[in-house]
Design a protein around this ligand. Structure first.
Ligand code: CA
Length: 299
């Protein structure tokens, strides 16, 4: 097993980053990850004015995966997620769904013990999420805070222990990186932060040769979720709906009209988050309706 230590990381996804590790398909990889605020808040007394905002959302990597080439789809099996015993949640004026209200910047620590998150006197079951996970994009450097086709800061609650994620590969080796763990989060991620926590992620990679998903896809036990993001939430919904209907057309061999009708009956649209530079939604399509090949295009 390869271990990639905390601190070997980047603040953007780019083909220009030198890989910090090179691994083989099927090999186990343990990524140690920093929390989304770069470990800068270890006490509720830390003044938020002292935070260096250029040091947030570091992801561990990038990792070069042998045997993975431009035009392929990277398969990421999330085998396990371990969390540190303490996380931090914060609110910052101007950020989040209610950022236009008047309030003070504030941080609170949350304890994580016995599979529960303890926030003040509220106890919630731990449901870990990998907030930021992705590969080098087609072009340029995309800051880790921004989600898009390459993955990035998707903050999707389905990207969790036991899930399988499919990512489009734009450069040889994929240049994969991940971080920004949340101990628990709900769809929307309203206040802009979750329980941000450092931890370790156990992964294994596979590949689909010569075919690519258009957007990241998460596979759950009974469904595929297509993860779409855009500055405009309505537009993200429209793209996600279009991708789902196209997959149904391929799967059934139907025309648009019938596939569009069926989408109303069995495709669920959920909101990943409404707080990042691009908002995220997912189209959840049951495996009884489509299979993976309906989400792949020849490259
Ligand atoms: Ca995040």
């Amino acid at each position: 097993m390869k271990v990639v230590p905390r601190g070997k990381g980047v603040y953007s996804f780019s083909r220009d980053h030198a890989p910090v590790e090179r691994i083989k398909l099927g090999e186990l990889v343990l990524l140690e990850t920093e929390d989304a605020v770069g470990g800068q808040i270890r006490s509720e007394d830390t003044p938020l004015e002292s935070i260096d905002w250029t040091r947030v959302n570091i992801v561990t990597g990038p990792i070069y995966i042998d045997g993975v080439e431009r035009g392929d789809t990277l398969i990421v099996d999330i085998l396990d997620i371990e969390l540190a015993p303490q996380g931090v949640i914060l609110v910052v004026p101007g950020a989040g769904a209610l950022g236009d209200k008047e309030y003070r910047p504030k941080a609170r620590l949350a304890r994580i013990e016995n599979s529960f998150v303890i926030f003040r006197d509220v106890k919630l079951p731990v449901r870990p999420v990998i907030g930021t996970i992705g590969v080098a994009p087609e072009e340029g450097a995309i800051p880790t805070a921004v989600p898009h086709k390459h993955g990035g800061n998707m903050d999707c609650i389905e990207v969790t222990r036991g899930a399988r994620l499919y990512l489009p590969v734009y450069v040889d080796g994929a240049l994969f990186a991940a971080g920004d763990l949340h101990a628990v989060q709900e769809d929307g991620e309203l206040c802009v932060a979750s329980v941000e926590v450092e931890g370790r992620i156990l992964l294994r990679f596979g590949v689909i040769k010569g075919k690519r998903v258009e957007w990241p896809v998460v596979e759950g036990p009974d469904h595929f979720s297509i993860l779409v993001s855009d500055e405009d939430l309505d537009k993200a919904v429209k793209i996600a709906a279009d991708e789902a209907v196209k997959a149904i057309m391929r799967s059934r061999g139907w025309g648009f009209e019938d596939a569009y009708m069926l989408s109303s009956l069995c495709v669920k649209i959920a909101v990943n988050q409404v707080v990042d530079p691009k908002k995220g939604v997912r189209a959840i399509v049951p495996k009884t309706i489509i299979s993976l090949r309906d989400l792949l295009s020849q490259t």
